[in-house]
Design a protein around this ligand. Structure first.
Ligand SMILES: CCCC/C=C\CC(=O)SCCNC(=O)CCNC(=O)[C@H](O)C(C)(C)COP(=O)(O)OP(=O)(O)OC[C@H]1O[C@@H](n2cnc3c(N)ncnc32)[C@H](O)[C@@H]1OP(=O)(O)O
Length: 323
């Protein structure tokens, strides 16, 4: 007897009234949306397979371990994803690709949850690598932005539970990564966190703004975005940009683990579907405007005023670093 080759297939009617607005804008939008809805089910199936295998608990490296991202699973089955691109974990195309792949690995490896952190003692992530935006090769810039979108879809819309152990500064893209997780514990001290794009003469895309508006109040977000506010750790706690202050990185990771433990008694499918329904709107918005968002980014980069602002910002950073 042969074995079934197709065991769970979904056919979407891309001309259905509910799909027409998205499919008329973007090819395969209906399929993408169906895939999104199917993730929780797959997540549960993977977990069942994982339990059946009864993997011996041990600290182990996953296959995707690479130089820019370290991915391990601890004894509790929690994946720890560590960004390690010195000096400041700025998100260039290579790092984004590795994060994207590592997120796929976490999903495949049925971990209980994932904690995002950094190998630097002072910087969680300096945000997007400005050199990817300054006088860029447009083809690479397009791939860069598409990969950033992918990372956000995978992190913000993950079926697995996520938390960020923010062990240093988290400006702009660094803040976005942490806000895309479900919980944030930040190490106290002189670190800052926030979306400071306007200070660079650039505008945070709508999905960055949406992510912030779903983390802190709309009022606080508008003030923070327009003034390029970088929150101190105490200020971030007060407006709930972070959930807890930690004494050091180990404490931040422990606090994230305590958060993830809350889900031990919650049926995983119910948790995952609830999360995805809560996050559905901004995800759908970017899915339907994905191409336009790429084009907007590219036209920003072509704007001489933006390039001038970036040049001045790079010079200021270099002067500060040289001191
Ligand atoms: C339409 C476009 C939308 C774009 C959306 C998002 C935009 C972004 O994410 S833009 C990135 C915004 N990020 C920042 O503004 C952070 C800038 N960096 C800092 O403030 C500090 O570096 C930081 C507080 C993170 C760490 O401070 P230090 O530990 O003191 O390090 P240095 O400042 O000395 O930096 C060391 C080294 O790294 C270079 N650097 C820093 N940040 C970036 C970056 N984002 N991209 C590229 N390179 C960066 C810095 O210039 C130094 O380089 P060298 O002089 O060559 O050593």
């Amino acid at each position: 007897m042969g074995r079934a080759l197709v065991w769970d297939a979904t056919c979407v009617d891309s001309l259905a009234a509910s799909h027409l607005p998205s499919t008329s804008q973007k090819a395969a939008a209906a399929a993408e949306s169906a895939q999104m809805l199917k993730r929780p089910k797959m997540f549960l199936l993977r977990q069942a397979v994982s339990n059946a295998r009864q993997l011996a608990p041990s600290v182990r490296a996953m296959s995707s371990k690479g130089p820019l991202v370290d991915l391990t699973v601890d004894n509790d089955g929690v994946a720890i994803m560590t960004l390690q691109r010195p000096p400041v974990n700025s998100l260039n195309l290579d790092l984004l690709k590795e994060i994207s792949k590592s997120l796929d690995d976490v999903a495949k490896n049925k971990s209980r949850g994932m904690i995002l952190t950094s190998s630097s003692p002072t910087v969680f992530s300096a945000g997007l690598d400005i050199m990817e935006m300054y006088k860029p090769d447009m083809k690479r810039a397009e791939e860069f932005w598409t990969t950033l979108q992918d990372v956000w879809f995978k992190l913000y819309g993950s079926s697995f539970a996520t938390a960020a152990a923010i062990n240093g500064h988290a400006p702009a893209g660094g803040c976005l990564l942490s806000m895309s997780c479900e919980y944030r514990a930040m190490v106290g001290g002189k670190f800052t966190i926030g979306l400071n794009e306007t200070a660079l003469g650039i505008v945070a895309p709508k999905w960055f703004m949406d992510t912030m508006c779903r983390t802190i109040s709309m009022r606080q977000a508008e003030l923070a975005l327009t003034t390029a506010k970088m929150f101190t750790v105490d200020e971030a706690l007060k407006c709930e940009l972070i959930d807890e202050i930690a004494t050091d990185k180990a404490d931040a990771i422990n606090k994230c683990k305590t958060f993830l433990k809350k889900f031990e008694k919650i049926p995983p499918l119910a948790r995952a579907i609830t999360k995805l329904k809560m996050r559905e709107e901004p995800i759908k918005n970017l899915q339907t405007s994905r191409q336009a968002d790429v084009q907007e980014f590219l036209s920003f980069l072509k704007n001489p005023k933006v390039q001038q602002s970036l040049e001045m910002y790079i010079q200021a950073l270099k002067q500060k670093a040289a001191k």
